[in-house]
Design a protein around this ligand. Structure first.
Ligand code: HEM
Length: 245
């Protein structure tokens, strides 16, 4: 109940107009709808036969890792995200780390197993973008850990807000880059012969690509809003993070 009142206060304090609030909630809702559609269709394609091939397992792991878990991990931080809105900020942060970490593991395993399986490497745009997403994921995990450490260190009053702000910015940039590179790889993944044959409708392939870019842009947009707000908050009121909700 306390959290519900807090959220209502937050909205009122920020003088959010009704339409702006509605727009943000709608963007969040559409992100969930389109990402779910993309994930369900890719998993459905991969599980159409009883035995998973290397490529099918690759699709399941990469799509669940990047498009489901890592996207949800970002949305979990948003003040407008349906399923996490009533969690305290520190709990949302824990959920974010957990989803990002599990998502990254799935995506890394899904990429490594197909790289081991293939004879020739990175000779397609799909593969090159997938490799870039893979590298960006590793960097994200590393600087995500650094951001967490920087926040802890500054909460003990050891450093100023500069270190936390800088590491949050770098984490934000690599996080969004990972998401966009994975979306680029998926875009070219839809063009693979077996997938096209299964869908059997050129227009639907285009629709899937539009859905993928739409929700990726929405999630990226939310991430920037969250990041800018957090940085502004920190610069205005350097409070002890250990006291935050
Ligand atoms: C976010 C999603 C995806 C990522 C990040 C990703 C990433 C990758 C990577 C890194 C490779 C190895 C490239 C190489 O060694 O040259 C690869 C290969 C492959 N992927 Fe994906 N993939 C994704 C989704 C898909 C989807 C949806 C399909 C099919 C519908 C697919 C089909 C294939 C195939 C057939 C190969 C082997 C041929 C090639 O390299 O182009 N992938 N993928």
């Amino acid at each position: 109940m306390r959290q519900i009142i807090n959220n209502a206060d937050i909205i009122e304090n920020k003088n959010e107009t009704t339409w702006l609030y509605t727009l943000k909630v709608t963007i969040n809702l559409l992100s969930h709808v389109f990402s779910s559609l993309v994930v369900v269709i890719c998993v459905w394609f991969s599980c159409r036969s009883t035995k998973l091939t290397v490529i099918e397992l690759h699709i399941v792991l990469c799509v669940l890792g990047y498009q489901l878990l890592m996207s949800q991990g970002i949305l979990a931080l948003s003040n407008f995200n349906s399923w996490s809105i009533y969690f305290k900020r520190r709990h949302r942060r824990c959920i974010h780390w957990a989803l990002e970490f599990i998502g990254a593991i799935l995506a890394i395993v899904g990429s490594i197993e197909v790289i081991i399986y293939k004879q020739e490497h990175f000779n397609t745009l799909h593969g090159i973008l997938g490799l870039c997403a893979f590298i960006a994921t590793m960097i994200s995990i590393f600087n995500g850990t650094m951001t967490s450490l920087a926040t802890k260190i500054s909460s003990y009053g050891i450093t100023g807000i500069g270190l936390t702000t800088a590491s949050k910015c770098v984490h934000g940039v690599t996080g969004i880059a990972t998401l966009f590179l994975a979306a680029g790889s998926l875009h070219y993944g839809y063009d693979k012969g077996s997938f096209r044959k299964w869908i059997n409708n050129e227009n639907f392939i285009i629709v899937l690509k539009i859905f993928t870019w739409f929700f990726t842009i929405c999630v990226g947009f939310e991430f920037w809003i969250i990041l800018v707000k957090r940085i502004k908050c920190k610069n205005i009121m350097p409070v002890d993070v250990s006291n935050q909700n």
